[in-house]
Write a protein that binds this ligand. Sequence first.
Ligand code: IDP
Ligand code: MG
Length: 156
Amino acid sequence: MRPLWGLAYFCAQNQDQMATNRTFTMIKPDATGAGNTGKIIDRIIEAGFTIKAMKWTQLSLADAQAFYAVHAERPFFGELTEYMSSGPIVAAILEKDNAVADFRELIGATNPAEAKPGTIRADFAESIAANAVHGSDSDENAAIEGAFYFSTRELA
Ligand code: IDP
Ligand code: MG
């Protein structure tokens, strides 16, 4: 096989791996710090999501600013990025039909005071900033956010 064809094949495979029916999540520092990581992963699996990739890591402040660049103009950007870099997080790519919308349903509203009973944020979040979990808001952002943490070789 000529090298160029090999590269084209590799890129096509990568695109396929970043297709829809996936979402991206982080278990945030409040939840990892409170010892709720395992309980939250259980909820995610019980809700029918398959884990495609997962890692325990910590964001630097610069990483958090890059990840949340879309919120750079929001008044809470400084608070959010300092908080998200303050302790360990668990990053994961999840798969399920209708993954983005179903995961947002599972985690509940941004403000835990408004999250429906039984949602992850209602049960585990501390505040609107320290709200236990992140969930992508679109297929496009799920692919971008997943690629922030994982190469396609890390998916299984
Ligand atoms: P989402 O996580 O439910 O999608 P976004 O509006 O995208 O909510 O906000 C991103 C994150 O920024 C939230 O999950 C939360 O941690 C934080 N955040 C949102 N609104 C506020 C606020 O009013 N004060 C402090 N932090 C906030
Ligand atoms: Mg959001």
